[in-house]
Write a protein that binds this ligand. Structure first.
Ligand code: ZN
Length: 210
């Protein structure tokens, strides 16, 4: 479990990234860290991209309905306009932000702010998602969380899209995605590929014999 670092002497800011697949508990972990900061009487500000309006306009809400108030912003650079005198800044769903989010986090950290960033590390195609690789590179601390594979029960790292749609951004919960391990993710893609190639009747993917 992540514990807040202690500094001797001059306090400096830093960047923490919490990443992982869907259903891995990223937002719960972000909320946990922010609540601990509030208990320590630190001031906290939270931002999220406006694209993510799944549950509520102004709350960072995790799948278990744990929530904390946040400010939706359209562009990463707006965060610098909205920032007040704070100790901690939380950023949820960072994968949906533009590339400027990395410079924004660096700027906040250089001002002495603790920046906690949460986001999907891979998109549904298994590729690095948006600004996440850059954020991971410049951060001091990285926590990679794992979900449980819906098929085999092993640790899951991939977000498997259940419905046919090739848009990179497709918001939705359990009806649109499931968490899968590398093997079950690959098996699903092979079955989908065969389906497209042969126009075969739909293969119901409920159980994989591995
Ligand atoms: Zn699996």
């Amino acid at each position: 479990m992540f514990l807040e670092p202690h500094f001797k002497g001059q306090r400096s800011g830093w960047i923490e990234v919490v990443c992982g697949s869907m259903f891995s508990g990223k937002t719960e972990e972000l909320i946990r860290r922010l609540k601990r900061a509030q208990i320590a009487n630190q001031t906290v500000q939270i931002f999220k991209p406006t694209v993510d309006t799944r549950y509520d306009e102004e709350k960072v809400v995790s799948h278990d309905a744990n929530f904390i108030l946040s400010t939706p912003v359209e562009q990463a650079s707006k965060i610098l306009d909205l920032i007040t005198e704070v100790d901690v800044v939380g950023i949820d769903e960072a994968q949906f932000f533009d590339a400027d989010i990395t410079d924004v986090c660096q700027e906040l950290a250089s001002r002495g702010i603790r920046v906690i960033v949460s986001g999907l590390d891979m998109d549904y195609q298994g590729q690095p998602f948006g600004p996440m690789p850059a954020l991971l590179s410049v951060s001091e601390y990285i926590t990679k969380l794992h979900a449980i594979c819906s098929h085999c029960g092993n640790l899951a790292t991939h977000s498997y899209r259940l419905i046919p749609n090739e848009d990179k951004v497709l918001l939705g919960e359990k009806e649109s995605y499931e968490a899968r391990c590398r093997t079950c993710y690959a098996m699903g893609n092979i079955l989908d590929f065969r389906k497209k190639e042969t126009n075969a009747p739909e293969v119901k993917q409920t159980k994989l014999d591995l």
